[in-house]
Design a protein. Structure first.
Length: 432
């Protein structure tokens, strides 16, 4: 990891003296919480501190065809944002999130983001602290992103993603070239536990592309490439990553005994490609938007692990709560239980091939309402999920929404193994 530190120092010293950049563009992020900190900066000789927030009431109901008692959850999600603008372009931002569940009467709080922005003579820009980064160009699948600790979700996330802790660096070379870096200090007890990523981004014609690399101790380095361009009136984005060996943990069946391994595939590859187009409806351009995305995961499971109900021995036992309240080891069971119990299942990354389509219509019926219909499919096991809903938000920042999730396909597949048929989510909230 000393080489990573030296690379950061070298890049910081290599910034050209004439580089100028818009800070709002440099520190943009896909998460609304971070974007709240990137509004127009206060004058350099003034200080300002602003608080804002939002509260969201959620009702979730899951419907099973074989049960008359379907689980219902009610909870409240609140976020409080702090945005402090200091002198010389220094900025600070924090996002505190609190969730209250009515069924358990539990209140949980988490600091989603907390970071400090500063720069060296407006030539080298830094962001230090807990942060969500924009590292990848596709909408759902980002194979080049090994920095963020939480992946993007297919169903809209209520609340915000947890940030990764570290130091982000950006060196602009005019408008055509950029160097980005991130020193990952999260969970690092010693300097040898540090991780890091570097990206070189450049513009050629109408296409923006980047080459990147990621490294961490006890993990195989990952190389990445991403691009975005426009062909006619269609926006195209893509990502590709490769490693000499996959860093993901997998289930292995060793003659009837299940254990955890990392696959030894040569140059494990992942790729995603995204196509997006806006259509004119009525008097409005881009009122209808359609986005299609495909994902290839070379080391994904070839077979459907949820379909096998046989009993296996567990080489790595699971921990379960015994009848007396003590923790007892579980040494046998199904592949499904082993996969879920050891946290080996990651939604939308289980198999080799996936596809998704996202559609939305703004100004639906009334000015402030949006209709959406999205579909994701595991192309290897023929299961999928369809989400349809409406969302309303007016000028006073009151919002409301209704979303219906439908699980499609044969039983015991990725999107049907829970036996749920429908999920209904109603929300109401306000921002201030």
């Amino acid at each position: 990891m000393k080489n990573i530190l030296l690379s950061f120092l070298f890049l910081a010293c290599a910034a050209p003296s004439g580089a100028q950049v818009d800070e709002a563009e440099l520190f943009s992020s896909p998460d609304v919480a971070t974007q709240a900190a990137d509004t127009a900066p206060a004058p350099a000789d003034k200080r300002s501190v602003a608080f804002s927030g939002e509260v969201l009431l959620v009702e979730n109901d899951v419907i099973y065809s074989s049960s008359s008692k379907n689980p219902l959850t009610s909870y409240l999600v609140g976020n409080l944002f702090l945005d402090a603008r200091l002198k010389q372009g220094v900025k600070a931002f924090a996002n505190m999130e609190t969730t209250y569940r009515s069924d358990t009467r539990e209140t949980k709080s988490a600091l989603r983001e907390a970071f400090l922005d500063f720069n060296v003579k407006n030539k080298v820009y830094f962001r230090g602290g807990k942060q969500v980064l924009q590292w990848g160009r596709c909408y759902l699948w980002n194979p080049t992103d090994l920095i963020n600790i939480e992946k993007a979700t297919f169903v809209r996330r209520l609340g915000y993603r947890d940030g990764a802790y570290g130091l982000k660096m950006h060196i602009p070379f005019g408008a055509e070239y950029n160097i980005y870096g991130f020193l990952d200090t999260g969970n690092a007890a010693t300097d040898s536990d540090l991780g890091g990523a570097l990206k070189f981004e450049f513009l050629t014609g109408r296409t923006e592309m980047a080459f990147s690399g990621w490294a961490k101790r006890n993990r195989r380095p990952v190389l990445g490439y991403d691009f975005s361009t426009r062909l006619g009136d269609v926006d195209i984005a893509g990502e590709y990553s490769a490693a000499r060996r996959d860093n993901t943990r997998f289930l292995r069946d060793d003659s009837g005994t299940l254990d955890i391994v990392r696959k030894r595939a040569e140059w494990a590859q992942k790729a995603a490609i995204n196509f997006s187009k806006g259509f004119r409806l009525g008097n409005y351009n881009d009122r209808l938007t359609v986005t299609g995305e495909f994902f290839y995961n070379q080391t994904g499971y070839r077979q459907n692990v949820f379909r096998d109900h046989s009993v296996y021995n567990y080489g790595s036992p699971l921990a379960a709560l015994g009848p007396t309240g003590t923790i007892v080891p579980v040494t046998s069971g199904s592949k499904r239980d082993f996969l879920l119990g050891h946290g080996l299942y990651e939604p939308n990354y289980l198999s080799r091939y996936y596809g998704a389509i996202f559609t939305s219509v703004t100004r639906f019926i009334i000015e402030d309402m949006t209709l959406s219909a999205n579909y994701i499919r595991n192309l290897a096991d023929d299961s999928g999920m369809l989400t349809t809903g409406v969302a309303y938000k007016n000028m006073n920042d009151f919002s409301a929404g209704l979303l219906v999730n439908t699980f499609l396909g044969p039983g015991d597949r990725e999107y049907t193994f829970s036996k749920a048929k429908f999920g209904i989510q109603a929300t109401a909230g306000i921002a201030f």
